[in-house]
Design a protein around this ligand. Structure first.
Ligand code: PLP
Length: 390
């Protein structure tokens, strides 16, 4: 693709070359479940691809299509497909690509429901190997003749490991295995995995892409053949994004670049502040020299995002007091929105598992996850400082 436009221009105008309905500046919400044709000839032209239109709401909608084109523009993708949530997108990738007796490799530090879905696939005869996120040797040796898919996040959640995508692509190509990256935490502002040769990129668009904690959405981007393969599945499953959510996503995307600028800067400033504080024993942020992925992150990312995990001195009791004492970040799951959120992985995402299993996941009870929003950074630091002394 030879688009010379810079990213901030793409977030505003990408995917919006055609005039919108009624010459509206802003893409309208096409609130309809079905679309009409003026003649049967027009319908067959539509099916042959010579007449551009839409057929039925479950297959797609003009509002959804604008957001898909914008995301393709941002990811340097041939095409993208929106789903009703990030999980709908992720599960559809697995269901569309895998057959029984095939095998997947995933990384341990991954979204819990992604790992749980891979577990569920056992009943359809699909096996999964789970490898450490920062160990490409382990990943390479987990590949079997029947391996069809490597699925990883980068950065990972909550420890922010960054996977060396260039090396991962080499491994995938050598073994003829499809490579999928969940790039939710990076966004196309900070990292473009398709430029490295990854087969598919998936986002929970609920997070940074929509960016306002008010909509659920998921998106997959890649080459046309792979997206078309998913599209058939998407139409059957019906996990379609509704026009109102597509509108909110499109609106959110317009400020993605601006929001990320602020979140990248605040993320780094807060991570540096935490690293210096005597009440904090360890900070996980790929922008810090001390993070094991720092060198790779510098090589393949333009910014390090707004998610920070850290361990507080004094164990669970101190973590609880700190979290309860914060005033600006609210206690909630999720990340990537304009509001800062704080969570305690051991008692929130992993609330139902034993201490032993927690340890296997590398989640300790002194670990806190902070998703930085777009508030004034000095206000956030003041609030964190106060809560740490609480
Ligand atoms: C939130 C999240 C998901 C799931 O997305 P939903 O939109 O909540 O379904 C998947 N991967 C990552 C990295 C996430 O943060």
């Amino acid at each position: 693709m030879e688009d010379e436009k810079k990213i901030l221009t793409k977030t505003v105008h990408g995917g919006e070359d055609e005039q919108h309905c009624g010459s509206s500046l802003v893409p309208a919400i096409a609130q309809t479940s079905t679309f009409t044709f003026s003649s049967l000839k027009e319908f067959s032209d539509f099916k042959n691809g010579t007449h551009d239109s839409f057929e039925y709401g479950r297959y797609g909608n003009p509002t959804q299509r604008v957001a898909e084109k914008k995301i393709s523009d941002l990811e340097n993708a041939e095409d993208s497909l929106l789903f009703s949530s990030g999980m709908a997108a992720i599960c559809s990738i697995f269901l569309a690509i895998l057959r029984s007796n095939q095998h997947i490799v995933i990384t341990r530090d991954c979204y819990r429901h992604t790992a749980q879905f891979c577990d569920t696939l056992k009943k359809f005869g699909v096996e999964t190997s789970v490898v450490p996120p920062n160990d490409l040797e382990a990943l390479s040796s987990a590949i079997r003749p029947e391996t069809r898919l490597i699925f990883t996040e980068s950065p990972t959640n909550p420890h922010l490991h960054v996977v060396d995508i260039e090396r991962l692509v080499e491994i995938g190509k050598k073994s003829n295995v499809k490579l999928v990256i969940d790039s939710t935490l990076a966004t196309p502002i900070n990292q473009k995995p398709l430029d490295f040769g990854v087969d598919l990129v998936v986002h929970s668009a609920t997070k940074y892409l929509a960016g306002h904690n008010d909509v659920l959405a998921g998106v997959v981007s890649g080459n046309r053949t792979m997206i078309d393969g998913l599209r058939d599945f998407h139409h059957m499953l019906g996990a379609t994004l509704d026009p109102n959510s597509a509108y909110l996503l499109n609106r959110g995307l317009k400020t993605l670049g601006l929001r990320l600028k602020q979140q990248n800067k605040s993320g780094l400033d807060i991570a540096r502040f935490l690293e210096e504080d005597e009440n904090v024993s360890r900070v996980f942020y790929p922008g810090l020299n001390s993070h094991p992925s720092h060198e790779i992150a510098r090589k393949q990312m333009l910014g390090f995002g707004g998610l920070i995990s850290f361990k507080i001195c004094g164990g669970f009791e101190k973590a609880r007091k700190f979290i309860d004492a914060l005033r600006i970040p609210k206690i909630a799951a999720s990340l990537g929105g304009v509001e800062s959120l704080v969570s305690h992985p051991a008692s929130m995402v992993y609330y139902d598992i034993s201490d032993e299993e927690l340890e296997q996941h590398g989640i300790s009870k002194d670990l806190i996850r902070l998703a930085v929003g777009v508030e004034d950074c000095s206000d956030l630091i003041k609030d964190i400082k106060r809560a740490l002394r609480h």
